[in-house]
Design a protein around this ligand. Structure first.
Ligand code: AKG
Ligand code: FE2
Length: 334
């Protein structure tokens, strides 16, 4: 999960849209299609349907590293409630009440902040949601909203772990075991990008995110751009009530680069309306050592990543666990 203040990237990717004459990055992107995965078909009783759905998932993981998930099990009500709940939570009139949740130390379980620079800003609340669930006690309804959403999303992520394991040719519980997902470290970030009539550009610079997968829902269209493996920036337009799934660094490490993590950024473009996003990084257990599995290493595919515990990798760039910062640059051999 990237911090807003970063102005450069440590990650290697082609310099897309770089305008040498103005020495400025342009934040244009195309509207190419992003694959859609039907969650219900991944578990269909019809073997042909299931086979085709798994093929589609495998292609989305290998060729893109991100996809829209539809026909999933989270009710519209739960999705609408969390987005509306945070629209209320981020009411500018109550900002002073939120300041008590500002960073207090490296082992924070809940953290709020408001980052403002050159007219661009984001307000966020982060909570560690698993293996122990944390939420602010005020307003009291927030804990219920967060808990219900997280429980429902975890169910989906467990299902995805089974389906992704199958696409890799393993038993259904392969990823669950390799990441010890039952004790997985999940951090939820609720972000508010307020209306901003003065700014254009990236408010969160390009970065990958750690973990197994990142799940994201938002209340308005636009704002997020993802870099395809072919080096093209794509605007994300999440269909109503769909979930954006993005593969994390540790799936890339485990599969020795077969299923790659993705690079993304958040842009503002003279935003007229606020945007709320709910982003959850679903990670392995903190103490779990993650390295490329022997099954993905051979003469043609030499080992490309170091092993580290998930906790070590989160702290490798000096971040706190709740920052869930990527350290893919340190995990890669080159
Ligand atoms: O709010 C978003 O759309 C994405 C935020 C993000 O990428 C992050 O916090 O790592
Ligand atoms: Fe991110």
């Amino acid at each position: 999960m990237a911090e807003i203040t970063s102005t450069t990237t440590q990650f290697h990717f082609p310099p897309v849209n770089y305008n040498a004459s103005s020495h400025a990055y342009l934040f244009s992107a195309c509207d190419d299609d992003i694959p859609t995965v039907d969650y219900s078909l991944l578990f269909s009783d019809n073997p042909v349907q299931r086979f085709l759905a798994l093929e589609n998932l495998s292609q989305a993981c290998q060729e893109y590293g991100f996809f829209y998930l539809v026909n999933h099990t989270i009710s519209d009500e739960v999705l609408d409630t969390i987005l509306k709940g945070f629209s209320d939570f981020f009411d500018p009139k109550t900002i002073d009440e939120r300041k008590v949740l500002r960073k207090s130390g490296p082992s924070d379980k809940i953290r709020w902040d408001l980052n403002a620079s050159t007219g661009e800003n984001r307000e966020y609340l982060k909570v560690i949601a698993h293996p122990q669930f944390h939420a602010p006690s005020n307003p009291p309804v927030l804990s219920k909203i967060l808990g219900e959403y997280h429980k429902a999303m975890r169910n989906i992520v467990e299902g995805l772990a089974r389906a992704v394991s199958t696409t890799l040719g393993f038993e259904e519980n392969y990823i669950e075991k390799e990441f010890n997902l039952k004790s997985g470290f999940d951090v939820m970030a609720m972000n508010l990008y307020p209306p901003n009539s003065r700014s254009k550009g990236a408010i969160i610079h390009e970065h990958p995110d750690p973990g197994f997968v990142v799940t994201l829902v938002q209340d308005v269209d636009g704002g997020l751009q993802i870099l395809s493996h072919q080096g093209k920036w794509i605007n994300v337009h999440i269909p109503h009530h769909a979930i954006l799934i993005q593969l994390g660094d540790h799936l890339e490490v485990l599969t020795n680069g077969k299923y790659k993590s993705h690079i993304h950024r958040v842009i503002v473009n003279n935003n007229k309306v606020p945007r709320i996003s709910v982003v959850t990084l679903h990670g392995p257990a903190l103490e779990k050592f993650i390295s490329p599995s022997a099954e993905f290493i051979d003469e043609e595919h030499p080992q490309k990543y170091h092993g580290m515990t998930y906790k070590e990798s989160l702290e490798a760039n000096g971040g706190d666990d709740i920052d869930v910062q990527s350290s893919l640059d340190k995990l890669r051999f080159i």
